[in-house]
Design a protein around this ligand. Structure first.
Ligand code: HGY
Ligand code: MN
Ligand code: MN
Length: 415
């Protein structure tokens, strides 16, 4: 370990770049949307690549479009990596993912400028996709790195217009047949700075958190089948309205999570009906459920209770109910010794970081299968995230970046 002084960074450059990145994908109605392989996404990754070049890093776009900036270490070995995702949710804010992308680069650039070549390979990365906001898949970038892509996934995943992920890749000059070449087996540590996205740090007036556990997430698709009917001629008591059933299920799902208590959460985020006509009783309703818990056992119980509640309502209303699992990611514990590097760096700033559970999903949860992963949180004002007014105080953005840089110095410049 080197000196315990906090690493200096270029604060103005960091904040300006966060603003610049937020212009890529800015929506006229407020907020931003950088969906994988769209022009806004390409513009953001090109900007990031330019900044990496400016810092004198070796820049590379991998087989799925993750962009890496690298400095070789004098002793080689396995790499020390920092970064986050450059895509956003629809109408998202300027920091979810972007903070870890811009701060990661700032940390690496500052270290190289001040301390020269590290002993270990040091890299920053803009991960191409994490949010699942365009295609029927998520964590595409991190899963490619961690060798967790499914066979033919790029051919199967589609966006709302029916465009396959494979075609979208071709559209930006990537070959879907080569996606597996993005795998990295030589990463030692992955350290990610991220906004908390919840209210805990902000409400307790704490400035830094380290993540011990990332909650597991299940995405379910529930299909409810009743009977389409005439909206004028079918009497209310004779109907088998699929949407009314789905509405009752939505309320029941929220109750299951509420009754289980924190940190159980369950969200119905999308719903559609067929035939979707103003004067037809819906014969089919289909909705998604996002269910999360940080305990492996309680998460399974939550999922089972949700499925049971839907089935019970289906029986009561004479509706057929099918519950399908779209994706299922168990909770993940982050790496203790790598987290220690963050704890030491936070203490160098005079801050005892809070030990936290993340309800939000992160690239680190995927990369922890391929590397020793650790995460640092800075406060989200009002706990706001996945919305346009997501914000973190500038001094916390700066503090988080300096602590990240200090932890990376600890890891990458060790004798
Ligand atoms: O869904 C999540 O938790 C993440 O923001 N993608
Ligand atoms: Mn997000
Ligand atoms: Mn994120």
């Amino acid at each position: 370990m080197m000196t315990s002084e906090l690493v200096a960074i270029d604060e103005r450059r960091l904040l300006r770049r966060l603003d610049d990145l937020a212009q890529r994908g800015a929506l006229p109605s407020g907020g931003l949307y950088r969906a994988l392989y769209t022009p806004a996404h390409v513009a953001a990754t090109e900007l990031y690549a330019d900044w990496c070049k400016e810092a004198g890093l070796l820049v590379r776009r991998d087989a799925v479009g993750n962009v890496w900036g690298r400095v070789e270490g004098s002793r080689g070995g396995r790499a020390i990596v920092t970064g986050s995702h450059i895509d956003t949710v629809r109408g998202g804010g300027a920091l979810d993912g972007a903070l870890g992308v811009v701060a990661g680069l700032e940390a690496v650039a500052s270290l190289v400028a001040q301390f020269g070549r590290p002993t270990r390979i040091l890299e920053c990365v803009a991960i191409c996709e994490e949010e699942g906001s365009r295609f029927s898949t998520n964590f595409w970038g991190a899963r490619a790195i961690a060798d967790r892509l499914e066979p033919d996934e790029a051919q199967r995943a589609r966006d709302a217009d029916g465009i396959t992920l494979a075609d979208a890749m071709r559209g930006v000059g990537l070959d879907p047949a080569r996606a597996s070449q993005a795998v990295r087996r030589d990463i030692d540590n992955f350290v990610e700075l991220h906004i908390e996205q919840g209210p805990i740090l902000d409400e307790s007036n704490e400035r830094l958190g380290v993540v011990r556990t990332i909650a597991g997430t299940a995405h379910l698709e529930v299909t409810v089948r009743g009977q389409a009917d005439h909206a004028g001629a079918a009497a209310m008591e004779r109907r088998r309205d699929a949407l009314l059933g789905a509405a009752a299920m939505t309320l029941a799902i929220a109750k299951v999570a509420t009754d289980m208590g924190p940190p159980a959460v369950a969200t119905v985020g999308t719903i559609g009906v067929e035939p979707a006509q103003v004067n037809v009783v819906p014969g089919l309703a289909r909705f998604t459920v996002d269910a999360r818990h940080s305990s492996a056992a309680l998460r399974l119980e939550l999922i089972a209770e949700i499925a049971k509640a839907c089935k019970v309502i289906g029986r009561e209303r004479e509706l057929a109910v099918d519950v399908r699992t779209l994706r299922d990611r168990p909770p993940v514990q982050l790496h203790e010794r790598t987290t220690d590097a963050l704890r030491r760096a936070a203490r160098a700033a005079g801050v005892e970081p809070r030990e936290m559970v993340s309800g939000a999903g992160h690239d680190s949860q995927i990369l922890s299968a391929a590397a020793h992963a650790a995460m640092l949180f800075v406060p989200s004002i009002g706990g706001r995230s996945h919305r346009a007014d997501e914000a973190t105080a500038a001094e916390d953005v700066v503090l988080g970046t300096r602590v990240l840089a200090t932890a990376l110095r600890d890891l990458a410049y060790a004798a």
